[in-house]
Design a protein around this ligand. Structure first.
Ligand SMILES: Nc1ncnc2c1ncn2[C@@H]1O[C@H](COP(=O)(O)OP(=O)(O)OP(=O)(O)O)[C@@H](O)[C@H]1O
Ligand SMILES: [Mg+2]
Length: 323
């Protein structure tokens, strides 16, 4: 089986209270089907609020989708019980923007890395020490015995994210979600961290879901790209094909907004298409992009939501230009 992770028709709606409208549904993810192949990096790209992180969290089953299925290595884990989820969590890990937002600041690096080993009952204390030192060496925090006793507040942003990566990879997962892993790190260290992730993937062959609003880094660090807009995938293709022959007006705008391919300097968020920013509480009828689309066709784009169709081999776009 070529696919490691499959999402089938996934929806994630959040109910929120609003002063003027009472209870509202935030349609963060609204009908996404996607597969992550073995040993591939699939980048999910889109502007703020398009549902990227929610999609990543559903794929890790940190949240349970409102509809649709999550299938991991052939097993449906949408409604998995605690024991099944624990087994899944050993094989699926996340690397997040701020690696220590959820970690006790009074734990040192050694304890931070030991925790997942404890949770999954791996090794005796000597074996755990070996795994922890190996993990530190892999992320180039050397010599490991010097870093292990340190506390996170003594490290730079880049070093902290290296610990975050070591913690995610110490269990040798098969699937890793990296959600904006370098957006809080100073520009000079970003490319280094992304190259490190790529090196570790080459060595261990895990699959990555790389979430970013920056198509320039997606271009450098992914095999395939899925472009998200307002809870939906609007285009997906192998990376080179998508960058060289984008078919969807939104992807074209994302690419045009990137003047230089240099990954180190391309992290500022931009409004890529003029017009009202989209809101997942007010999804427009028809194509979700139509109020902002330069190629808008009246009577068509504002009426019917275009499906994702194969426009070239392995290249899908959801746009009335191709329906
Ligand atoms: N727990 C929640 N409750 C209510 N709304 C939520 C929740 N989580 C996310 N949302 C909303 O869902 C939408 C999608 O959010 P999400 O964080 O997935 O977007 P994103 O593409 O990751 O954006 P960013 O690039 O800013 O990280 C947003 O409108 C967000 O406010
Ligand atoms: Mg996000």
């Amino acid at each position: 089986m070529n696919h490691l992770l499959m999402l089938e028709g996934v929806k994630m709606y959040f109910q929120v209270r609003s002063r003027f409208f009472g209870s509202l549904a935030v349609k963060a993810v609204d009908g996404v089907s996607l597969e992550v192949k073995r040993a591939e990096t699939l980048a999910v790209v889109g502007e703020s609020g398009s549902g990227k992180s929610t999609l990543g969290r559903v794929s890790l089953r940190l949240i349970r989708p409102s509809a649709g299925r999550v299938i991991f290595d052939g097993e449906d884990i949408t409604a998995a019980n605690d024991a099944e989820l624990k087994r899944f969590r050993k094989r699926a890990q996340g690397i997040f923007q701020d690696p220590f937002s959820s970690i006790d600041p009074f734990m040192n690096i050694y304890q931070i890395l030991e925790e997942p080993l404890f949770i999954h009952g791996l090794g005796n204390s000597r074996e755990r020490r070996r795994l922890i030192y190996e993990a530190l060496e892999e992320v180039k925090l050397t010599p490991p015995q010097e870093f292990a006793p340190k506390y996170p507040d003594r490290l730079s942003g880049g070093q902290r994210q290296r610990v975050g990566i070591a913690r995610a990879l110490i269990l040798r997962p098969d699937y890793v979600v990296a959600d904006e892993p370098v957006s809080m790190i100073d520009a000079s260290s970003r490319a280094e961290i992304l190259y490190l992730l790529r090196e570790l993937q080459d060595r261990h062959g895990m699959s990555f879901l790389y979430i970013t609003h920056d198509i320039a880094t997606a271009r450098h660090f992914s095999h395939r790209i899925a472009v998200m807009y307002l809870g939906r995938i609007v285009e997906t293709a192998p990376t080179k094909e998508l960058i060289e022959k984008p078919r969807h007006p939104y992807t074209m705008a994302l690419i045009e907004a990137v003047p230089s391919p240099d990954p180190a300097n391309r992290f500022r968020e931009r409004r890529v298409i003029p017009g009202e920013p989209a809101s997942p509480t007010r999804v427009p009828p028809g194509c979700r992009l139509h109020p902002r689309c330069p190629l808008f066709i009246r009577g068509k784009c504002d009426v019917i939501e275009p499906p994702l169709i194969e426009v070239m081999e392995s290249h899908y776009a959801a746009c009335h230009l191709y329906c």
